[in-house]
Design a protein around this ligand. Structure first.
Ligand SMILES: [Ca+2]
Ligand SMILES: [Zn+2]
Ligand SMILES: [Zn+2]
Length: 317
């Protein structure tokens, strides 16, 4: 069952009684309705947390973001609630379920259904491909782009209500959302077309948001580790030097395992030179196609050969 659909079933419009005894810090124009909407959306109530007071729910949110836990609506809390972020809730009930959703195959297809007018098509293709590569580089997963028919991961831009019951909210706040692995809409990623998408540090960087959303498409929920890609709040980092943070790598490898080829290469080379070798191999791979230069060294070649033989082997699943 898809994660977002699951949330829809649980997110009943419950009226949350506001406890009279709650101490509020002086906070100009406190809009409790907005706070409630935020908490309902990103920290939804589950049957076992149904009895939480608003104060408890604010504490839960403050703990998640490593804020000072006061249970009151202070400035820090207010500001955090206003940051641009992913549209998926921060507390994922399914984490506690046995059988966390994940793809039961390693060869996945993706399709770019439509484009944003904010960027040339080629830039969008590039951002999507590189974002997927972050995940395929550290797992046995591989992604193949398709133009026609259905794909496991369908990617598109949409604004406001767009047919899946999770309308976007205009410019700011929710930037995108994705569905956990599964049939149909499972794995799909939607970007809010009311954002201004960019390849640089202007407005919202498409590559960074796509990389985060693909984490959900593959079965990862949010991490509360600051600096992790799966942290729910957007923060700009240079895409050209971006590496998948440790926390995310551990998460995805828990779901799909480490690429056996990578492991083999690591054993053969010793871990210290490992990252360099991959980088070299990648650079070589790219330059070979354009300039026909031979491989620079044996280790890089070794890595690529390993990859190729594994890809052939994996062709069956
Ligand atoms: Ca938005
Ligand atoms: Zn997210
Ligand atoms: Zn959507």
């Amino acid at each position: 069952m898809q994660y977002l659909l699951l949330c829809a079933a649980i997110l009943l419009p419950e009226s949350l009684a506001f406890p009279v005894h709650m101490k509020l810090e002086p906070w100009s124009n406190v809009d409790l309705e907005k706070v409630k909407v935020y908490l309902d959306k990103f920290f939804p109530l589950f049957p076992k947390t149904k009895s939480l007071t608003l104060e408890d729910r604010i504490k839960e949110m403050q703990r998640f973001f490593h804020l000072t836990v006061t249970g009151t609506l202070n400035t820090e809390t207010e500001e955090t609630m206003k940051l641009p972020r992913c549209g998926i809730p921060d507390i994922a009930e399914y984490q506690t379920f046995p059988g966390t959703p994940r793809w039961k195959k390693t060869h996945l297809t993706y399709k770019i259904v439509n484009y944003t007018p904010d960027l040339p098509r080629r830039k969008v293709d590039d951002a999507i491909r590189k974002a997927l590569m972050l995940w395929s580089d550290v797992t046995p997963l591989n992604f193949q782009r398709v133009q026609r028919g259905r794909a496991d991961i369908e990617i598109g831009f949409a604004r406001r209500e767009h047919g899946d019951g999770y309308p976007f909210d205009g410019r700011g706040n929710t930037l995108a959302h994705a569905f956990a692995p599964g049939e149909g809409i499972g794995g799909d990623v939607h970007f809010d077309e009311d954002e201004k998408w960019s390849e640089f540090n202007q407005e919202v960087n498409l590559f960074l948001v796509a990389a985060h959303e693909f984490g959900h498409s593959l079965g990862l929920a949010h991490s509360n580790v600051r600096g992790a890609l799966m942290y729910p709040i957007y923060s700009y980092q240079n895409p050209t030097t971006f590496r998948l943070p440790e926390d995310d790598r551990r998460g995805i490898q828990k779901l799909y395992g480490l690429d056996e080829c990578v492991m083999e290469t690591r054993r053969a080379l010793g871990s210290s030179s490992f990252q360099n070798t991959i980088e070299e191999a990648k650079n070589e791979k790219e330059s070979v196609s354009t300039s026909q230069r031979p491989y620079k060294n044996k280790t890089a070649k070794y890595y690529l050969q390993q990859q190729q033989s594994c890809m052939t082997y994996r062709g069956q699943n």
